[in-house]
Ligand binder design. Structure first.
Ligand SMILES: Cc1cc2nc3c(=O)[nH]c(=O)nc-3n(C[C@H](O)[C@H](O)[C@H](O)COP(=O)(O)OP(=O)(O)OC[C@H]3O[C@@H](n4cnc5c(N)ncnc54)[C@H](O)[C@@H]3O)c2cc1C
Length: 382
């Protein structure tokens, strides 16, 4: 009988184990991790640099001091994003694993949890393969198995099934922080990157906008500002993927800092070598310039409008393999947010992406994992 069992050796699970051990009483703690090694996803975060928090997260100071206690030096970039000082995600993983080891946490890998039951004697956790199943018993159980995004890292949505099997509900799940596929034929623009602003409209109303680098691909658009936009591209209730996003429109503004573009184009129209279809040269990359020129029919006012809002029709989102996070999960209303304990099953806790939280790019999602992990660890110690 373990005092605590943690399902998932990722960001939130490893953090929770440390917080629980630090709270005293020397509890016996085991982490069951499905993959051959823990924290595989963490190694891939922030393009291998691990953007671990952001100064715009209300709880970022606690995260920084948590990592300070692990001996991990961090640095902040000009946009307020925090990284390990070496900008090497493996240093974050090492720091977490080192402390888990020195605290005596048992980390068991290749341990795929497939079922959990609960009775007066505590929780009974079944893991392993069909031919070799094992069960361990524990007094407290933390589900920290992540979401559905990036299944190659072990996150295939098991946490939601386990939560449901214990009486919790799960809100609608969707891939988020992902690229957008468009109906528009984008092949001519594939490979182009533009400093621009993306605007999302739903039924004509603006619901999101962000400036950044837009990457054009053969299927649509990508880039951090597009990832952030994807969190707001929500399939309306009752609609399916086919045609489900038809009430949305994306506009790409190639002059996010504004200015009188129309007047500027009129002046260029008087320059002999820029008149006609060359008028947009050096303002946008040539394939985009050609497309805008054609669409405008050579009309300067129409061209100026298209430069400030080139319309694209979203068809769908790049799926789980591409997405960084999951939208939806176990409703926060079903947990005590101070201790992360379930309001439905005593002794059951949740941390990380399994919860119905999704944040923008920039360290917000890892911040959520550390923060809920720390609270769950402390909560389990009570
Ligand atoms: C490519 C990529 C880059 C990212 N970059 C950033 C970034 O720079 N900054 C940021 O804030 N966020 C980033 N994210 C998001 C962030 O990684 C996640 O939100 C965060 O890791 C979630 O933490 P977690 O503890 O809930 O789950 P995870 O860290 O995903 O860990 C869950 C663990 O549970 C294990 N598991 C799953 N099911 C079972 C089971 N049945 N039995 C046993 N173990 C199981 C998994 O193998 C996994 O190791 C990125 C995501 C991806 C995919």
């Amino acid at each position: 009988m373990y005092d605590a069992c943690i399902i998932g050796g990722g960001a939130s699970g490893l953090t929770a184990a440390i917080a629980l051990k630090k709270s005293g009483g020397d509890p016996s703690v085991i982490i069951l991790e499905k993959k051959h090694e823990p924290a595989r996803k963490l190694l891939a975060t922030g393009n291998g640099k691990c953007n671990l928090s952001n100064e715009n997260c209300p709880g970022y100071r606690e995260t920084l001091s948590f990592f300070q206690t692990l001996g991990l030096l961090t640095r902040e970039d000009e946009a307020g994003r925090f990284y390990p000082y070496t900008e090497d995600a493996s240093d974050v993983v090492e720091a977490l694993l080192r402390r888990n080891k020195s605290e005596g946490v048992e980390v068991r890998c290749d341990a795929h949890v497939s079922a959990v039951t609960h009775d007066a004697g505590g929780f009974h956790v079944t893991y392993g393969t069909k031919s070799s199943l094992h069960t361990i018993d524990c007094r407290k159980l933390l589900i920290a198995g992540g979401g559905k995004a990036g299944p190659a890292f072990g996150t295939t949505g098991d946490s939601y099934k386990l939560a449901e099997s214990l009486g919790h509900s799960v809100t609608r799940l969707a891939p988020a922080l992902t690229a957008v596929e468009t109906y528009d034929d984008m092949k001519a623009f594939a490979g182009i990157r533009a400093k621009a602003r993306v605007i999302l409209k739903y039924k004509g109303e603006e619901v999101f906008e962000e400036a950044g680098e837009v990457q054009f691909t053969k299927y649509g658009i990508s880039g951090i500002c597009v990832f952030d936009l994807s969190r707001f591209l929500i399939l309306p209730e009752g609609k399916n993927l086919k045609g489900g996003f038809d009430d949305y429109e994306i506009l790409v503004d190639f002059f996010p800092k504004g200015g009188d573009i129309e007047n500027f184009l009129r002046q260029r129209a008087h320059m002999k070598d820029l008149a006609g279809e060359n008028i947009l040269d050096s303002l946008v990359r040539q394939p985009i310039g050609r497309a805008i020129y054609e669409k405008s029919g050579g009309d300067v006012k129409a061209m100026a409008e298209l430069l400030r809002g080139w319309p694209l029709r979203p068809k769908g989102l790049k799926g789980w393999d591409f997405a960084q996070i999951t939208r939806g999960g176990v409703p926060l209303a079903q947990v005590d947010e101070e201790t992360m304990e379930s309001k439905i099953v005593k002794g059951l806790y949740f941390a990380g992406e399994v919860l119905d939280y999704d944040g923008p790019c920039g360290g917000f999602n890892l911040q959520n994992a550390w923060e809920t992990g720390i609270r769950a660890g402390r909560g389990m110690s009570r």
